[in-house]
Design a protein around this ligand. Structure first.
Ligand code: IVH
Length: 686
């Protein structure tokens, strides 16, 4: 029996009043906070994803029905904030200082000796240091008031930072409410730490950027900074940022004896501290810690650029004090940089799958951090100009986050005197096929499409790659060989390869041919998102492919979608929408799809649902009296219909409740059929 009058709300099997809702909401939030803590901080969850989702869904449902009970510290409030026009500023109540650097063991020893001189302790006495990994990310400050995360800022100039609260709210390991089961959090507390992007996510983000024809981030640090200093929090939310906290600013009503005690408090209130932070005594242990961490560095999922030493005793810290903008009691003892000098032999231009032309420097081989480097990407013409790299130059190359090595800067003093080195120019024609090039944004593209052998080879490699159709054994050299010998003219030709033809090629024997043909056969039943990703549509990386698969359900529906329909999907911007629509307008592409299907590649189809509302798409706007949104959606789906997320032409009925929002206006403007709650009830037979 539905409860029609506010504040009663029909939840599951009973009418609920505000008090009951308030209690259940609070219970759910506590439980979800706890599971977030287990998952994101301790990395040790105690419930299944499904159970977690159930709690979260129930909370969303209650908060939708009792929207005045939504508070900013609710776990539902992490994402979805609207883009900002500009960042505001937040002054730091205590300046965010920087650190003096040491690059060698001698410099670290000198730091320790200086401290002992200043403190007038004997030279043989051992100072206790808190030793921590130095993360290479972005320094930020978090403010909690009465246990609730209220403000977050960047370091800025040390005195005033940018207000990045909305973006920091999307970082899962930053609790929106502090834990208070083991200690009572101070009423006001400022926690400082380093936000970073784990290396795995960094590499994935760059792969996606490259798939879109965008310049990748040069290193994880830039990626983290770019993600936090991002005006649209919805973009930040897509980047799995993480944080380690390493210190405090102003704290109300609490005194600490050691730096380690501050770390203990940070941990106790539910924030993350790096697990390798350790107390060490004397400079010998410091040197050992540094070397141990330098070794560990290679196996970690985040970038370190050194270790940080802090005199552990706060009393001694105060005695030592601060000079200019760095404390005398702390030191960043850096690792040997993964940088070396070498010479640029030439700059050639490579052509990628999307036709993007990338200038690449060919180097005199040099070993950087144990890896021999012979090439370095220069990204695009603007980058070459900015760094002013010319063939013949001596340059410093570096490796960051295991990405393709890059040129840090040019050693201009080493340029030969009297003879000017020639500047690099991007060619007006594709070096592979001679087609004209066009510049879009910062990047030049070959206009030859799949007539360009370089683009063809790259698109076949992409199609067959592990994360796409996953055809084992169809990679680099083989694609080169098959395209050059005319066996592959498009990706569909893969499924028409014959053993008789393959056996004629150099280096192919019965066994390897059989293995390849088996792998090709096995790839014929791809998941929809993999198939979409494999097509190599500009702007469609793995994430976007998943979004499209979820939204459109099969290739046919996707191929038929107009630019406007695509754009009405959350996350698809105008450029990607155009690129997808263009892809399916191209006759050649449709031909390839047909050829794939004829060869037996199974295109996953959305199941046709039976039921009263089969094939009908509903969109809900405003508040309904008898159901929550989720209940209404469930009813539609149970009857074979579909609930849309946004206004688009595929919507058959817009169900408008009380106080409908902008969706309703937009729907009216598009001429969609709008019905009220009573009509909806009739349709579903209630
Ligand atoms: S302490 C007075 N600890 O390094 C102490 N900083 O050059 C100030 N950093 O801005 C910072 N890991 O972004 C500290 N364990 C750590 C750190 C760390 C990384 C960064 C931080 C800071 C910069 C100082």
């Amino acid at each position: 029996m539905p409860c029609l009058t506010w504040p009663f709300y029909y939840a599951k099997d009973k009418c609920m009043d505000e008090k009951e809702a308030r209690e259940e909401i609070e219970r759910l939030r506590k439980e979800i906070d706890y599971h977030n803590y287990r998952y994101y901080i301790l990395d040790n969850p105690v419930v299944t994803d499904a159970e977690y989702d159930r709690l979260m869904r129930r909370l969303v449902e209650l908060e939708e029905a009792f929207s005045h009970l939504v508070t900013p510290d609710s776990p539902t409030q992490r994402v979805g904030a609207k883009p900002l026009a500009a960042f505001g500023t937040i002054p730091h109540t205590q300046p965010m200082l920087s650190l003096n650097n040491a690059f060698t063991a001698e410099e670290a020893v000198e730091f320790d000796a200086r401290i002992k001189r200043s403190l007038k302790t004997g030279p043989d006495e051992k100072i206790e240091y808190a030793a921590e990994p130095k993360l290479d990310g972005l320094a930020i400050e978090l403010i909690y008031e009465d246990g609730v995360f209220t403000k977050g800022s960047t370091r800025g100039d040390g005195y005033v930072g940018e207000d990045v609260t909305l973006n920091l709210r999307t970082v899962r390991s930053i609790p929106l409410r502090l834990k208070h089961d083991t200690v009572k959090p101070p009423r006001y507390i400022e926690v400082r730490g380093e936000v970073f992007l784990p290396l795995e996510s960094f590499r994935k983000l760059n792969r996606e950027k490259e798939a879109k024809g965008e310049a990748p981030f040069a290193n994880p640090r830039n990626a983290a900074a770019g993600s936090i200093r991002q005006l649209d929090p919805r973009i930040t939310a897509l980047r799995p940022l993480d944080i380690f906290c390493y210190g405090l600013g102003t704290v109300e009503g609490r005194q600490f004896k050691t730096h380690f005690e501050t770390l203990e408090l940070i941990k106790a209130v539910g924030l993350k501290v790096n697990p390798f932070a350790r107390a060490v005594r004397g400079i010998d242990e410091v040197l050992k810690y540094h070397d141990e961490m330098e070794e560990k560095r290679e196996s970690l999922n985040y970038e370190l650029d050194g270790v940080v030493l802090k005199v552990n005793s706060i009393e001694l810290q105060n005695k030592l004090g601060v000079i200019t903008r760095s404390p005398r009691w702390a030191l960043a003892y850096k690792f040997a940089p993964k940088q070396e000098a070498t010479r640029v032999r030439e700059i050639f231009v490579g052509v990628g799958r999307t036709g993007a032309l990338t200038p690449v420097a060919v180097l005199d081989p040099v070993s950087v951090g144990g890896v021999t480097i012979e090439r370095a990407t220069l990204h695009n013409e603007d980058e070459v100009e900015r760094k002013d790299v010319r063939p013949g130059d001596y340059v410093v190359v570096q490796r960051a986050g295991d990405v393709i090595p890059e040129i840090a800067y040019v050693l201009k003093d080493k340029r030969p005197e009297g003879k000017e080195l020639e500047r690099f120019r991007m060619p007006g024609n594709c070096p592979e096929c001679g087609s004209m090039t066009e510049k879009i944004g910062a990047i030049h593209f070959c206009t030859g499409g799949l007539l360009c052998p370089a683009q063809l080879k790259e698109s076949i490699r992409h199609f067959a790659s592990t994360r796409a159709m996953d055809i084992e054994g169809l990679g680099g050299m083989h694609v080169e060989q098959f395209v050059n010998s005319g066996l592959l003219r498009d990706v569909a030709d893969i499924y028409y390869l014959k053993d008789s033809e393959l056996l004629k090629l150099e280096r192919w024997a019965k066994k390897s041919v059989d293995n390849l043909l088996d792998a090709i056969e096995r790839s014929k039943r791809p998941a929809l998102e993999r198939l979409i990703y494999a097509l190599g549509i500009r702007g469609v990386g793995e994430h976007m492919a998943r979004v499209l698969a979820g939204e459109f359900g099969d290739i046919d529906a996707l191929a038929k979608a107009t630019e406007e329909e695509l754009m009405s999907t959350y996350e698809i911007g105008p450029e990607t929408a155009r690129s997808i629509a263009d892809f399916f307008m191209e006759r050649h592409n449709i031909g390839v799809l047909k050829k794939l299907e004829e060869a037996g590649v199974v295109f996953p189809k959305k199941e046709k649902k039976a039921g009263k509302l089969a094939g009908k798409v509903f969109l809900f706007t405003g508040t309904l009296k008898s159901f929550t949104r989720d209940e209404a959606k469930d009813i539609v789906e149970a009857a074979g219909g579909e609930a849309a997320g946004g206004v688009s032409k595929k919507v058959d009925y817009v169900v408008s409740g009380e106080e409908p929002g902008s969706k309703s206006q937009k729907a009216r403007a598009m001429g969609l059929k709008i019905i009220d709650e009573e009509e909806f009830k009739k349709l579903i037979g209630k």
